[in-house]
Design a protein around this ligand. Structure first.
Ligand code: IMP
Ligand code: MG
Length: 181
């Protein structure tokens, strides 16, 4: 039994993901100048693969940094409690910051992160997320760049996990019911 046997359906195939990421990178290239030298803040762990592919299509000068927040643990329901597990290396005062996130679900994590980062006085703060589940939003988050809006289903792959597994799948998929039991 391999990982892929646990996948009930592929929601976004690899080629569609990659094609959309090229488009997103184009939007980001157009939104910043070389002088802006934006700092891409990758929210770990889920956004690691997205950042890696996105950054390879960027033509503007930019830097990357990482942040990790607590998320769901082993379950699939948000606790609403957000903690910073790993903070940025760089001072972002006066910098153009672009948060790179895997998925916005309730919006609680991004709400916390944006409020936290704003207190550090960045020159600008924008959000790029690969996925968004608008039906689940509890806190409204203005998103500047969004890859795909998806239905209210728990998804894995392309960086996203269930109980820390399935991050390596190159597509976005939904697991078989029995995996959650
Ligand atoms: P939010 O705080 O409810 O917006 O959730 C944000 C975080 O929860 C994301 O960054 C993910 O790490 C995780 N998450 C939300 N929905 C999913 C999902 O469908 N699959 C995997 N992780 C998810
Ligand atoms: Mg995340």
């Amino acid at each position: 039994m391999g990982l892929r046997d646990d996948v009930a359906k592929v929601l976004i195939p690899e080629d569609a993901l990659q094609a959309r990421i090229v488009e997103l990178a184009g939007e980001i290239n157009a939104a910043y100048t070389d002088e802006d030298r934006p700092l891409l803040v990758c929210v770990l762990k889920g956004a690691f693969m997205f950042l890696a592919d996105l950054t390879r299509h960027l033509e503007i000068r930019h830097e990357i940094d990482f942040m990790e927040t607590s998320s769901y643990g082993a379950g699939t329901v948000s606790s609403g409690v957000v903690r910073i597990l790993l903070d940025l290396e760089r001072n972002i005062e006066g910098r153009h910051v672009l948060i790179v996130e895997d998925i916005i679900d309730t919006g609680r994590t991004l709400d916390y992160i944006t409020r936290n980062l704003r207190t550090r006085n960045p020159a600008s703060l924008r959000i790029c997320t690969l996925l968004s589940k608008p039906a689940r939003r509890v806190i409204d988050i203005p998103i500047d760049f969004v890859g795909f809006e998806i239905p209210d289903e728990f998804v894995v792959g392309y960086g996203l996990d269930y109980a820390e597994i399935y991050r390596n799948l190159p597509f976005i998929g939904v697991l078989e019911e029995e995996v959650y039991r």
